[in-house]
Design a protein around this ligand. Structure first.
Ligand code: G1P
Length: 271
């Protein structure tokens, strides 16, 4: 069973400046709700019991969002507004399942995951990148089903325009397992068009084995100076770990860029 999820939240959000100059991008509203709440709800619906938030000192606003009791309590005392009471209850419910871990230097997703090492209990865990919203169908839930069926690690996958491969992690596909799952031979972080083994891209949902931690310890930073989770995954595949690319059926919304962020509210409003 997959019971724990990791959410890296220490990123600076430079692609969303000026909105993120003093504000955490994951708390920005998307159609009236913080983006992070969509991710938490996806986890809960997928049966996750504990979520590990990786924040930084600069992103402590995210912790405060879940610990603003004094404010809520005094407001509720004065106003008895059922809407506020419900919102507060929701926050208390989320808080019970969240643990906070710090990554004070933005050294990449791989480094962020490594910070959660001590808290991971089971053989596999889920990781979600909060810039990537997937709506209409719960991607984590269907990935967990594929994981159970094939006893393998799983990553979300989407077909992208060949011209954009250098924006993503790109899969080298092996064999088709069913309509939406492919076994993969490898994955390469942000390749050039020439290097790219396909146009199937990694989207931010991963079911990873605990053995990723020992790989991450030995993973060197890439060109950007960041430790990429993709490189540790590639090392695991070379070590014969089974990995599946899962072509999810939901709709992908890229909330990490300004255009994508603006568009995400419009798309969610249509649902
Ligand atoms: C990260 C991953 C990349 C993946 C992408 C999906 O990149 O490193 O492999 O394709 O998320 O959104 P980033 O968006 O942090 O550049």
């Amino acid at each position: 069973m997959i019971k724990q999820a990791i959410i890296p939240l220490a990123g600076l959000g430079t692609r969303l400046l000026p909105l993120t100059s003093i504000f955490a991008k994951e708390l920005l509203p998307i159609n009236g709700k913080p983006g992070l709440e969509y991710i938490i709800q996806e986890c809960i619906e997928a049966g996750i019991k504990e979520i590990i938030f990786i924040i930084s000192k600069k992103k402590v606003m995210i912790k405060n969002y879940f610990y603003n009791d004094r404010f809520y309590k005094s407001l509720i005392k004065k106003k008895k507004d059922p809407r506020i009471i419900n919102e507060y209850k929701k926050i208390l419910k989320y808080r019970k399942m969240i643990k906070f871990v710090y990554q004070n230097k933005p050294k990449g997703t791989g480094d962020a995951v490594l910070k959660a090492k001590k808290l991971i209990k089971d053989k596999y865990f889920l990781m979600l990148l909060p810039d990537d919203l997937i709506v209409k169908k719960n991607c984590s839930k269907s990935m967990i089903n594929s994981h159970k069926k094939y006893k393998a690690s799983v990553m979300a996958s989407m077909t992208v325009n060949k011209k954009t491969v250098s924006r993503w992690g790109i899969y080298k596909l092996n064999k088709k397992l069913n309509k939406i799952d492919y076994l993969i031979n490898g994955v390469i972080e942000k390749p050039t068009i020439k290097e790219a083994p396909s146009n199937k891209a990694v989207i931010g949902r991963y079911i990873l084995p605990k053995s990723i931690f020992s790989m991450l310890k030995n993973t060197k930073p890439g060109n950007s100076g960041e430790i990429h989770i993709t490189d540790a995954i590639q090392a695991l595949i070379q070590n014969n770990e089974k990995f599946i690319a899962h072509n999810f059926l939901g709709k992908y919304l890229d909330c990490g860029t300004m255009n994508g962020y603006i568009n995400s509210s419009k798309e969610i409003a249509k649902l």
